[in-house]
Design a protein around this ligand. Structure first.
Ligand code: BGC
Length: 499
């Protein structure tokens, strides 16, 4: 080999060594990026974990806080609001009743024809509208005028189509926010949740706001019942099943109510006829306990929310927040571990990853996770996400959904514990009252998009209820899905309380 040849060979060797070194360095770098991403996931998994021991502590804390909230005003973060609903529909109601259901992002107007025990709900008309965003933070007059005129159009259309004579119509109004009530037909807003912030609403009677708006649009109706959505759900559950003891909503927001003995409510005794029972709106969205598995993502989400330090349980559980928690975790992975190259600015936008998108990614069962790739690209502006990163995203969704579902289960078992239906032998749960009889059938009405449409979430919830109660007791406890319960239940309560 001549000098030139030797030079070339040496040159080639140097180039290939350098290339190999670059490749190794790149591979090491990308491996260390990947390891870092896995470490972020593992840390998150750890912080969110809900082993059964921890869940039991949440169950106990829920029951203790319920007691405290019933004992005195302000005794707990749980408001335990009295609803003055002391009779629940039983099936023999008859007549035409209307309902207005103002929930989170939507509101519904309904007309229900009740035909007593045989036919039950013989006819149901429902119209759904989304609430324009600007009305959620504007004035009470603007919001209620919009609702009242929609209701008026609905009533007129229904009456024309059905040839109904105009007369005094009875209305049940579901207002899915905490209210302080002294009567079943009126109540004052305690605070807004779920992104609503209408400042001039505080201290105002909610039914009166609607009454005035109806007068402005020339609609005459009698508001027979003003109820929280959980109470409507409980009412519709009870209409079909007398063993219903509680109702839970897991939708945009979350909450539960249950039937309590009035002698167990030691606050506000002056307002209670001290016999029988009353539905209590727990407002469990505001539940707090040091046993809740709270992460740094939850803390920042809370700090940046319009209601910091409030609705802590809701912010870990409900549809408004789950997708947002996932977004925050994958954004951090993207930023710290450079997983997505140049991060699409959309991923940085709060609340862009809505919970239905999260559940679609979580439940993507295609081998190459096509749906995850599509959502990342179309909704979040991140293209070409490698398969292993898609898998990582699914794992994040899984952690968030699993924690939420297990916490709901703990909340439900907490209520059962409070009323002695958790199988621990309290008198309420056993037909003979001695702990050796047969466990009473116990039904919980449940409603909300998260429960209804997110099957993994539902499965985690059911499994955790069974884990907490044990198989023996769990076979007597049923979660019963209701539909449009908040609205139909308000119409049923309008029937129970109509003039
Ligand atoms: C509200 C509750 C409501 C729940 C479900 C929460 O944000 O505070 O009153 O029942 O959402 O809609």
């Amino acid at each position: 080999m001549g000098k030139v040849g030797l030079g070339l060979a040496v040159g080639c060797a140097v180039v290939s060594c350098t290339l190999a070194a670059i490749l190794v360095r790149r591979r090491l770098k990308s491996r260390s990026k990947w390891n870092r991403a896995l470490a972020v996931l593992r840390e998150f998994q750890e912080e969110c974990s809900t082993p059964v021991g921890r869940l039991r502590q949440v169950v106990d804390a829920m029951a203790v806080e319920m007691h405290a909230g019933l004992a005195s005003e302000g005794g707990s973060k749980l408001k335990m609001l009295l609803t003055f609903v002391d009779k629940l529909p039983a099936g023999d109601e008859k007549g035409v009743y209307y309902a207005l259901d103002l929930g989170g992002s939507n509101f519904r107007v309904l007309r229900v024809l009740l035909e007593g025990k045989q036919q039950r709900i013989a006819d149901l008309q429902v119209e759904k509208q989304s609430i324009p965003l600007h009305l959620m933070t504007g004035t009470s007059e603007a919001l209620f005028d919009y609702i009242a005129s929609t209701l008026k159009d609905f009533v007129e259309k229904e009456n024309n189509e059905n040839g109904l004579q105009p007369g005094m119509r009875e209305l049940g109004f579901t207002f899915s926010f905490p209210m302080k009530q002294t009567l079943v037909s009126s109540g004052v807003l305690v605070k807004w949740t779920k992104g609503f912030a209408i400042e001039d609403m505080y201290q105002k009677d909610v039914a009166e706001c609607l009454r005035q708006a109806m007068a402005r649009v020339g609609l005459e109706m009698h508001i027979a019942a003003l109820v929280n959505d959980t109470v409507g759900t409980l009412a519709v559950g009870h209409y079909y099943d007398g063993d219903i003891v509680a109702a839970v909503i897991i939708g945009t927001g979350t909450n539960a109510c249950y039937v309590e003995r009035t002698d167990a409510i030691t606050k506000c005794q002056g307002l209670l006829a001290n016999s029988g029972s009353m539905v209590v709106n727990i407002e469990w969205g505001n539940f707090w306990s040091s046993h809740l598995p709270r992460t740094s993502y939850d803390k920042v989400l809370d700090e940046e929310s319009p209601n910091p330090l409030e609705q802590g349980f809701e912010k870990m559980i409900s549809g408004m927040y789950l997708g947002e928690i996932v977004r925050r975790v994958i954004l951090r992975m993207g930023q710290e571990c450079n997983l997505f190259g140049d991060i699409g600015s959309k991923l940085e936008e709060p609340f862009i990853l809505r919970t239905p998108l999260m559940s679609a990614m979580h439940e993507d069962d295609s081998p190459d996770l096509r749906e995850v790739a599509r959502i990342m690209k179309e909704n979040l502006g991140v293209s070409d996400v490698p398969l292993k990163v898609r898998r990582l995203i699914v794992s994040v969704c899984d952690v968030v959904a699993c924690r939420a579902a297990r916490l709901v289960a703990a909340g439900i078992v907490g209520i059962l514990k409070k009323i002695g239906r958790d199988g621990s032998g309290g008198v309420g749960g056993w037909s003979k009252g001695d702990g050796h009889g047969k466990m009473r059938r116990t039904v919980i009405a449940i409603e909300g998009g998260l429960y209804e449409s997110y099957s993994r979430f539902r499965e985690y919830l059911h499994a955790a209820v069974e884990e907490l109660l044990g198989k023996e007791v769990a076979q007597h406890v049923f979660l019963r899905l209701t539909h449009d319960g908040a609205g139909i239940g308000a119409a049923l309560l309008a029937a129970s309380y109509s003039s």
